[in-house]
Every structure is written in C-alpha cells, then in structure tokens.
Design a protein around this ligand. Structure first.
Ligand SMILES: [Zn+2]
Ligand SMILES: [Zn+2]
Length: 244
C-alpha cells in the first residue's frame, strides 16, 4: 500500500486507481508505470475508448473523491485562517487590539461563511437525459472589467457553445470560455448526461475515435487508454466492454 498523504500533490495509477507516492515510478499495486510521455510507446489510441455507455457512473471512486475534496477544502480553510491573520499581524498591518481582533473576526467569518457554503452546498440527483449534438458555434464577445485602480476596460473573449438536442426536443447549450469540450464533442455525437449526485457529466456513446477523455469528477483531460484519472483516482467512463 502506498503511504497516505494529506492534501494534493500525489497521483493515482492510470491502470488500477491505486494512490501513488510522489516520485515513485511504478504502481505498488499492479506494477504499471504511472507517468511519463512514453507510457504507451507509439501505440495509437484508436478504439481505446470503445463504443457504448459506461456502467461505471455509480463507481465508489466518485464518492470517495467528493469526500476527499471536502476534507482538503477544510484543511485549506484552517490553513488560511491561521496564515492570513498571522501574516497581517507580522507585517504590522494590524495590531492585536480591539480593532485588530474585529478585522480578524471579519476575515474569518467571510472565509468560513463562503467556504462552508461551498462545501456543503446540496448536491442532489438531477434527471439523466440523452441527446444528439446538433450544432457548434463560437462567438467573439466583449465585457467590461475593472483593473486594479478601478478603471474600466473592455475585455474580449470567445464563447464556445455546443447545442445538444435532448430527447424531449429541447436544446441544451453547453457554454464555455475554453474550447476543450467544444473540440471534444462533434456534430451528430450521441450523448448521455449523468445527473448523479457526485457527477455532472456528459458522456459520448462513441468514444472509439477519441484520443482523450475528461475525468467525470475533476474534469482533468486524460489519455483515452487510461482506466483511472491520474489526478483524482476516479474511474474513467469508457465503453463497458473494456472494463474488467
Ligand atoms: Zn496500478
Ligand atoms: Zn479526476
């Protein structure tokens, strides 16, 4: 068993999902090489994702990741609650008088208010649906932003939209400001939305021509030949005939 670590900075085996210590090159569980660009040599990814839905949407790794994520958020919250007031005291921005204690109290209340709200936000199950990619479009847009001095300026950005026709005939717009999912989905792709409590993920039916797959939990871009996400250890939702 690999040593247990607190916090991020460690990795998971792409083959079996075992947690791996930083610096180790071989998985202690299955013996796979877990990192490096030449993991698969010159073997092509063609077909590796398979055709068909994955039956792993309810896999235990998703719940585990969700719980870990919450634990690390809590550790991070406690960390900044010590570091930020500590730093302000050390740099003499505030003194440990009534006013200083009020400032620290205000900062901590804000941190914990936002942090806890974010962590314990209800994540209910949403209904699943099937759909077909009907169209893809990009839009050049501008928006007003403020710089550090509070001066307004115009920022231009690209909006990438994938239009998905759902089985009830309505259109779902998948809107993003980077092209990752826009490039991943093709017109006429048959899709399934997983509304599971620990997922929020659109799966492609035909993954046989893909070279990448998104982690359904942390959204990392993984090699389509991997079975598990190297960043969070969750199983990748590939066609079912491939899983053991
Ligand atoms: Zn392994
Ligand atoms: Zn992941």
């Amino acid at each position: 068993m690999a040593k247990k670590f607190v916090g991020y900075g460690n990795f998971f085996c792409w083959n079996c999902g075992e947690r791996i210590e930083k610096g180790k090159r071989i998985c202690p569980n299955c013996g796979s090489k877990y990192s490096g660009d030449s993991k698969y040599g010159n073997v092509s990814a063609l077909g590796a994702g398979g055709i068909g839905w994955s039956h792993n949407a309810a896999h235990h790794s998703f719940k585990k990741y969700f719980k870990n994520d919450r634990k690390y958020s809590m550790i991070w919250l406690i960390g900044i609650s010590i570091l930020v007031p500590g730093g302000m005291l050390l740099s003499r921005e505030i003194e440990l008088d009534t006013e200083g204690i009020m400032v620290i109290g205000g900062i901590l209340a804000a941190f914990w208010g936002i942090g806890l709200l974010f962590m314990f936000k209800k994540r209910g199950k949403k209904p699943d649906w099937d759909g077909i990619v009907e169209d893809k479009k990009t839009f050049q847009k501008t928006r007003l932003r403020k710089d550090r001095e509070g001066k307004k300026y115009e920022e231009s950005y690209t909006e990438y939209i994938v239009y998905i026709r759902k089985q009830n005939n309505s259109i779902f717009e998948l809107k993003e400001e980077d092209s990752a999912q826009y490039d991943y989905f093709n017109i006429y792709d048959y899709l399934h939305y997983h509304g599971d409590k620990y997922l929020n993920y659109i799966e492609k039916y035909d993954k046989s021509l893909d070279t990448i797959i998104f982690c359904a939990s942390c959204r990392s871009i993984c090699d389509i030949r991997d079975n598990y996400c190297e960043r969070c250890g969750c199983i990748l939702l590939k066609a079912d005939w491939l899983s053991r």
